[in-house]
Design a protein around this ligand. Structure first.
Ligand SMILES: Cc1ncc(COP(=O)(O)O)c(C=O)c1O
Length: 388
């Protein structure tokens, strides 16, 4: 049997389903009750008790002092970057291997992505390689880090916790501090993931979560900004709420801002979903065990598992094909999808997309290698928890 057929058969064995999606939302708690309450009371839009409650619940769950919910993760990252002072013309270090929103949020600030290579052990930013790169291209003068080649300020770095696998944040914080660079985490995929027991999204000065329909917890569409800084949280709320000065009836806005608020209807869904996250996390860990068993006798593929000292949420199950068989990736994707088992490759490197091709970039050999070898497997918690 060809590798593609063997993998298809093993995936099918784990999912035990003829047709399965990559990741589906799982509604088995109080979603309908909370959303119905919004409709019955008329509190469906941008203010309401579920918005306040979801912000409190997220802060309590992650251990962040403040959470501000927004319309989606992309808008949340844009605001988070603005909060730490990213301005038009700056450069922001981001992984070349990420979803396009990471780069788009930088551009929405008028700044430029500066692409960073990956680390094979975490799938996130390659910190040792970044340190070497900064040693060559960056200089710090009067507390400002500059790219000597482009003349631009390097204002921030955005680690992204790929598929829920945490970046080595203590090491990155140390490097960023050395270069006077702000840290903003793209924790879109890592709600429930921790490093030494501390939640991802609480290491940077600010961070962003996403509650898109495919995430571990969904609000339909939505996001949040996390920070321990009360002043930044207040400003996040202000910027995402059209910079309206609070008043019972007067409309006064003191700067150009955004309508990036999360409606109460969506926050209601989020509250009900967050109540169930422990069950989702358990199901995903059990699914990892089943995939590990199913692939244990195949020498040419490896299921990606959490690094020691970290706990991954296993948002998307990730298979790595051996480098010498990487050219079989598309055949595996075709065979699995053809058999109703939805799999997908990782994103095209952002540094190769037409709008980002000309941006600053370090050499990205690890990211290029990973991009050829990653396949995401069906990951819904229902595969363990069963249909509702
Ligand atoms: C790594 C990453 N960054 C940013 C986003 C953007 O989040 P959203 O779709 O909520 O705008 C996503 C998810 O969609 C993501 O996976």
């Amino acid at each position: 049997m060809q590798l593609a057929e063997i993998i298809t058969e093993r995936v099918r064995r784990v999912t035990a389903t003829a047709k399965v999606a990559l990741h589906e939302p799982c509604f088995r708690g109080r979603e309908l009750a909370y959303v119905t309450e919004c409709i019955e009371t008329g509190w469906v839009s941008s203010v309401g008790s579920y918005v306040d409650r979801f912000e409190r619940d997220l802060a309590a769950y992650t251990g962040a002092k403040h959470a501000v919910v927004v319309s989606n993760g992309t808008s949340g990252l844009q605001i988070a970057l603005q909060l730490v002072g990213v301005e038009a013309g700056d450069e922001v270090l981001i992984p070349a291997l990420s979803f396009v929103a990471t780069a788009n949020a930088v551009r929405h600030c008028g700044a430029q992505p500066h692409f960073v290579d990956s680390d094979e052990a975490s799938l996130g930013i390659g910190i040792a390689a970044l340190a070497e790169h900064l040693g060559q291209v960056a200089e710090v003068l009067a507390g400002v880090c500059r790219n000597k080649r482009t003349g631009r300020r390097i204002a921030a770095v955005v680690p992204m916790h790929t598929f829920g696998h945490p970046v080595d944040m203590p090491a990155l914080l140390e490097l960023a501090a050395r270069y006077h660079i702000e840290v903003v985490e793209d924790a879109a995929e890592s709600l429930g993931s921790t490093i030494g027991g501390r939640h991802t999204g609480t290491f940077g000065r600010c961070s962003m979560l996403s509650f898109n329909g495919n995430k571990i917890v969904t609000t339909g569409g939505g996001g949040a900004i996390l920070t321990d800084d009360a002043a930044l949280a207040k400003r996040a709320k202000h910027l995402s709420t059209t910079a309206k000065m609070p008043h019972a009836w007067a409309f006064y806005h003191d700067e150009v801002a955004y309508n990036y608020r999360m409606p109460n209807l969506n926050a209601a869904l989020g509250c009900a979903q967050l109540e169930q996250i422990d069950g989702f996390l358990d199901a995903k860990r059990e699914l990892t065990q089943r995939y590990l068993e199913a692939f244990s006798d195949l020498p040419h593929v490896r299921l990606f598992t959490e690094r020691p000292g970290t706990r991954a949420n296993y948002w998307l199950q990730t298979l790595l094909i051996a480098p010498e068989l990487a050219e079989q990736r598309d055949a595996i994707l075709a065979a699995t999808n053809g058999a109703g088992q939805m799999t997908r490759p990782v994103w095209e490197l952002l540094s190769t997309l037409p709008m980002y091709r000309d941006c600053a970039s370090m050499a990205t050999p690890v990211a290029q290698d990973l991009a050829r070898r990653i396949i995401n497997l069906p990951s819904s918690p229902q595969l363990i928890m069963g249909a509702v």
